[in-house]
Write a protein that binds this ligand. Structure first.
Ligand code: AMP
Length: 185
């Protein structure tokens, strides 16, 4: 299964991603996790990325596309993967389409976890990560609404988009996820 998982910061994407990985066993490709690991290891890419991450802005497309194109070559990705936090811009989505067309491995589905902005603010305020300060949260939501939400239309036009209501308990939401993913398993 090749899945893209899209949702604003605080939608519960990380929690649902873990449950998807546990049940369906795709490789988990979280660009946020990769960037945090690079930042903590103080690699040149990590230090460069941190300038954007700490302000809630998106890391430049060429950096992210480079990371993902390398990661997609790895053996564990050949059976399937969950792209979590990528693509975040139309340019990233177009670059991904090109890579997958060259490999002859199209996407199966794009899952959107939808949660209203007011609810996101409430949830993010309680989380306590370094990029969860109120002004940074605001920036991350702005980035999502401006740069990432156009992807919903992009994938809807390709007939790949499935939207899930992100309100409810973790288990209630996962039942919605399963209803969709079971069709591709
Ligand atoms: P996340 O954990 O997915 O919310 O990502 C944390 C931060 O990493 C984001 O706020 C961005 O600064 C950066 N980031 C993660 N994925 C991407 C991406 N696909 N494009 C640009 N920046 C990204």
């Amino acid at each position: 299964m090749r899945i893209i998982f899209i949702g604003p910061p605080g939608a519960g994407k990380g929690t649902q991603a873990e449950k998807i990985i546990a049940k369906y066993k795709p490789a988990h490709l979280s660009t946020g996790d990769m960037l945090r690991a690079a930042r903590d290891a103080k690699t040149p890419i990590g230090l460069e990325a941190d300038k954007y991450m700490s302000g809630g802005q998106l890391v430049p497309d060429d950096v992210i596309i480079g990371i993902i194109s390398e990661r997609l070559q790895a053996p564990d990705c050949q059976v399937g993967y969950l792209l979590d936090g990528f693509p975040r811009t139309i340019a990233q989505a177009e670059a991904l389409d090109k890579m997958l067309a060259e490999k002859g491995t199209p996407l199966d589905v794009v899952l959107e976890l939808r949660v209203p902005d007011e609810e996101l603010f409430k949830r993010l305020a309680g989380r306590g990560r370094a990029d969860d300060k109120p002004e940074v949260i605001r920036e991350r939501l702005v980035a999502y609404n401006k740069q990432t939400s156009p992807l919903l239309d992009y994938y809807n036009k390709q007939g790949l988009l499935k939207t899930i209501d992100g309100l409810g308990s973790v288990d209630e939401i996962f039942v919605r996820v399963e209803k969709i993913l079971d069709q591709y398993n």
